[in-house]
Design a protein around this ligand. Structure first.
Ligand code: HEC
Length: 131
């Protein structure tokens, strides 16, 4: 009981705090990690390349969580839907890379492109969908 009371009175708990801007997250993390999936071609040639692919898929998927975190999410509707597209693909790619199965990653090219486009269309200033 004492512990509960103490908790209730505790000062505000630490919260996640964005370190980089949205633009940095895109350019430094999402762009390179998604490129690893976009340009997977015939797939990794050796163990080291598989590990890299796995890592890139993992980071891309987790970065979707960063986009969805309250500190970064722009709203609780469309933004979350757009981020989830990226998250789902990140998870799928990560699972495939762990199984050393390149096919699902090759097959997700259009969907991945769409995930980027959808959010950019809704939230990236001045962005226009290319025909
Ligand atoms: C949930 C929303 C969301 C998703 C999903 C998303 N982006 Fe972005 N992206 C943004 C926003 C918002 C900006 C504008 C950031 C700014 O300028 O402040 C942006 C900007 C960018 C930029 C330009 C950054 C700059 O400053 O030049 C690049 C490159 C980019 N995104 C790549 C990607 C790629 C590649 C994907 C998909 C793999 C992706 N983004 C998915 C929201 C998203």
């Amino acid at each position: 009981m004492l512990a509960v009371a103490a908790l209730a009175q505790a000062p505000e708990a630490p919260k996640p705090k964005p370190i980089g801007t949205m633009s940095q997250l895109m350019v430094d993390v999402i762009f390179p990690t998604s490129n690893a999936l976009f340009y997977v071609r015939d797939g990794p040639a050796n163990e080291k390349e598989w590990m890299e692919l796995q890592f890139n898929a993992f980071v891309l998927g987790e970065t979707a969580n960063l986009l969805m975190a309250p500190e970064r999410a722009r709203d609780n509707g469309q933004w979350m839907k757009d981020a989830k597209l990226l998250q789902d693909l990140g998870i799928e790619a990560y699972r495939a890379a762990k199984k050393k199965d390149v096919k699902p990653i090759q097959a997700m090219n259009d969907a991945l492109y769409e995930a980027c486009q959808s959010c950019h269309e809704h939230y990236r200033p001045g962005y226009r969908r290319r025909p």
